[in-house]
Write a protein that binds this ligand. Structure first.
Ligand SMILES: *Cc1c(COP(=O)(O)O)cnc(C)c1O
Length: 368
C-alpha cells in the first residue's frame, strides 16, 4: 500500500543541522523566558518579514487572546465565519461577542462592504483573516476603522511572508497574529507571534505573555503564560534558513495544479487577491454543480485512494454550538460563506510533495 498523502506535511530541516542548536541550549541551561534563541528569532523574523516589532508566542491562539487584551478590546467585534475556529474562540475567551459578516466571493476574506451595517455602539474592533494567505482589502477595512474609531486585529495565521501593494501585509491594522503551528508554511512545531507597530505596544504584549510581570516583584495585569521556549525558537531559526527554498517549491506546485486543473468543468481554482508576494500556503478549489460529482463525494473518493484533502473551512465557525445561537450566525446572513463552505476543497501542497502526486491528483479529478 502506498503511503497516504495529507493536505500538508510539516517541513523539517535535516536533523543534523539541529544538533548544534540543542548543544547550545544544553550548555547554557537557558530553556525559556526570552533566551538567546528567542531574541535572535525575533530579530531575524523582523528582518525577513519586513516588520518593526514582533512578540513570539507559544501558539497563535494564545497570541490572539493576548492581542485583544493588549488593546483592551471589549463589547462586540466584527469577524468572519470563514476561518479556523480559533479566530472566534479568542473573542469568547475575552468575553467579547463575535458579530459575523459575510465574505467576498472572490477572496473569501471578510467583505468590507458588509462591515458598516454590523457596527453597533458596542463595536470596538474588527478581526479579519487573510484567508489562505490572500491579503484582505486592508485599505477599505482601515478606512471604516478610522471612520468609526475601531481597532483592527488581523488573524494572519496563514499570511507568513505575504506582501501586498505596500510591503508586508503584516504591517496593516493595529496588530497582526501569525501561527507557526506544524501545519503552517513556517513552523516552530507549536508557535505564533504578534506583529506590532511600536515599542510601547511590544513591551505591553511581552508583559502580558509573561503573567503580567514587570521585573521581579511587580505584576501589572492578569497576564497569561504565552512564552515561546528556546527549543521552538531554535527550530524557527533553522527553518528560516530553508524557507525561501520551501516557498519556491510551493510556488511550483501551485503553478502545476493551476495548469492541470484549468480545463476541468466545475472545478474553480481560487484566484489570488493581488498579493505581490504569495506564500502558496494552501491550494483551495471550489467544486461547483457543473462537476459530475459532489464535493463530498470527490473528497471521499480521493481519501479512498490515499489522498487526503481538507474541507477548510467546513463547517463554518457559525455552525458550532457556541456560536450558532448568535443572530449574526444565521445562514441567511452569510450566503457566500455558506456556499463556499459547501464547495471548498484544499488539495495537498507542501515542499516535499512530488510532481507525480500532483499529476495523479489532477488526473483523478479530471477522470470523474
Ligand atoms: C492555525 C490557525 C490558528 C491557530 O493557530 P495555533 O498556532 O494552532 O494556535 C488561528 N487562526 C487561523 C486562521 C489558523 O489557520
Amino acid at each position: 500500500m502506498k503511503k497516504p498523502i495529507y493536505v500538508t506535511q510539516p517541513y523539517l530541516p535535516p536533523l543534523a543541522e539541529f544538533i548544534p542548536y540543542l548543544e547550545k541550549i544544553w550548555e547554557s541551561k537557558i530553556l525559556t523566558n526570552g533566551g538567546p534563541f528567542h531574541q535572535q528569532l525575533e530579530k531575524e523574523l523582523c528582518e525577513y518579514l519586513g516588520v518593526k516589532h514582533i512578540c513570539l508566542f507559544t501558539n497563535a491562539t494564545i497570541a490572539l487572546v493576548t492581542a485583544l487584551q493588549a488593546l483592551r478590546i471589549t463589547g462586540e467585534v466584527i469577524t468572519t465565519p470563514y476561518s479556523f475556529v480559533a479566530t472566534a474562540h479568542s473573542l469568547l475567551w475575552n468575553g467579547i461577542k463575535p458579530v459575523f459578516v459575510d465574505v467576498d466571493p472572490n477572496t473569501l476574506n471578510l467583505d468590507p462592504a458588509n462591515i458598516e451595517a454590523a457596527i453597533t455602539p458596542q463595536t470596538t474592533a474588527i478581526m479579519p483573516v487573510h484567508c489562505y494567505g490572500h491579503p484582505c482589502d486592508v485599505d477599505a477595512i482601515q478606512k471604516i476603522a478610522d471612520n468609526y474609531n475601531l481597532k483592527v486585529i488581523y488573524d494572519a495565521a496563514h499570511a507568513f511572508g505575504v506582501q501586498c501593494h505596500c510591503g508586508s501585509v503584516l504591517n496593516h491594522g493595529d496588530l497582526s497574529v501569525l501561527s507557526f503551528h506544524a501545519t503552517k508554511v513556517f513552523n516552530t512545531f507549536e508557535g505564533g507571534a504578534i506583529i506590532c507597530p511600536d515599542e510601547k505596544t511590544k513591551i505591553r504584549i511581552d508583559q502580558l505573555k509573561n503573567f503580567g510581570h514587570v521585573g521581579e516583584l511587580t505584576v501589572v495585569a492578569p497576564g497569561i503564560n504565552g512564552k515561546m521556549s528556546e527549543i521552538n525558537a531554535a527550530i524557527g531559526l533553522l527553518q528560516l534558513k530553508h524557507i525561501d527554498q520551501a516557498l519556491a517549491r510551493r510556488q511550483a506546485i501551485d503553478a502545476a495544479y493551476r495548469q492541470q486543473l484549468k480545463d476541468i468543468k466545475g472545478i474553480l481554482c481560487l484566484k489570488d487577491a493581488g498579493e505581490k508576494v504569495a506564500n502558496y500556503a494552501y491550494f483551495p478549489i471550489l467544486v461547483n454543480t457543473d462537476y459530475p460529482i459532489s464535493r463530498d463525494m470527490l473528497n471521499q473518493k480521493l481519501k479512498d485512494i490515499g489522498i487526503n484533502p481538507r474541507r477548510y473551512f467546513y463547517p463554518l465557525i457559525t455552525e458550532f454550538p457556541m456560536y450558532r445561537g448568535l443572530p449574526s450566525a444565521h445562514k441567511e446572513n452569510l450566503p457566500i460563506a455558506s456556499s463556499a463552505s459547501s464547495q471548498i476543497l484544499c488539495l495537498p501542497i507542501y515542499p516535499a510533495l512530488p510532481m507525480s502526486a500532483v499529476e495523479e491528483i489532477t488526473q483523478f479529478i479530471a477522470a470523474q
